[in-house]
Design a protein around this ligand. Sequence first.
Ligand code: SF4
Length: 459
Amino acid sequence: MDNGIHEECGVFGVYGVPDAARITYYGLHSLQHRGQEGCGIVCLDGGELKCIKGEGLVTEVFDSGKLDSLKGDMAIGHVRYSTTGASCLDNVQPFVFHHKTGDFALAHNGNLVNSAVLRRYLESRGSLFQTSSDSEILAHLIRKDSKESHLPRIEAIKEALNMIEGAFAFLILTENRIYACRDKYGLRPLSLGRLGNGYVVSSETCAIEAVGGEFIRDIEPGEIVCIDHHGLRCNKYSDYCHRFMCAMEYIYFARPDSDIEGCNVHNFRKLSGRYLYEEAPVEADIVVGVPDSSLSAAMGYAEAAGIPNEMGLVKNKYIARTFIQPSQELRENGVMMKLSAVRSIVGGKRVVLIDDSVVRGTTSKRIVKMLRKAGAKEVHLRIASPQLIRPCFYGVDISTVEELFCASRNLEQVRKELGVDSVHFLSKEALYNAGHRSEFCLACFTGDYPTDLYQEELK
Ligand code: SF4
């Protein structure tokens, strides 16, 4: 459901394929769910980096004429939802940097935890920042000292990557190659594919499929893949390497048709639903999933429980960004434009309601009210993730503990305030089992952050 949490961004790159900008456009369109505030494409056209970007959806920013003006067989693109840095055109990526050793463009998904410390360090050495986005920091680090600019670019990039901490998938486009890099904790996904005689790199595999590419492999945590006329060259910039993939990618953000580190997102969610049933079965007539991200988990729960999975909630897909939202008063009166409960399906039924997460609790309360108003006899809430109790520092806008409904309530308080007959949150163990893995970032559920947070340095 639209529970108020957002992924920061998505990146897509093309090397060695004619009309690379147009392919990037289609790739970004498939990553639109990762960011709707702005987008951009930079391509290498006749040895020069050309950039078009703007605020809005991919289909709003680009038209055929603009894509025709971006020629060449190398491009990178970005869709943005802002967390660090204000939401304005200056912060829309990719960023283009001009330097005597060669121009380059940069696109970033994730969030750096030591950006304030690095910004201070770089400014004290004379760097002037064009934007408030932390993504620009990498560019300044690559070029931090002109006397070091004799270093081969790959070495300068490796050195810079070792100075930044946090979650990132970076694409860097130069006059002859693309570098694709992933953080050493493995927090954000980045996948590599083949397309014709060239290559594509994408935050999610669904976009590789969408452009007709063939998935090769995930880029490893702590790896830089250099793509140029030699083909692929793979380098490790760090020996420290973990697989703390953001669990929220599987639970909520990623598209169900994407595979992340060998696990399909729909299959993960469906298994989560099965485990929800095994952990907290209940006598009921139907299962109803909150559209869209909870439908796979609802399917898994219903299959395991042997009861029908019904479309008791329907989503209005045509809420444009310019839609006039109901006032607070109208919302309190139950005006829900995004979802409707189907009376003829839920009326008189004992309903198992499946949702992916509870953030502020306001949407969950409204949905439960809606189901009751439509005649549901009982509502048993099953959440396909543990309780969210801590903020995220890695590019997801769960910003304060105060906002998080479960942070200050025990299970019985949660049940009562949401107005349900019973409630259960999926265990952490079930998430590991659903992903067939032994490592995850679960910091917003546990408070165990895989990186230093550099909070002390900011005081
Ligand atoms: S804290 Fe939560 S949202 Fe943030 S990276 Fe970790 S699992 Fe994902």
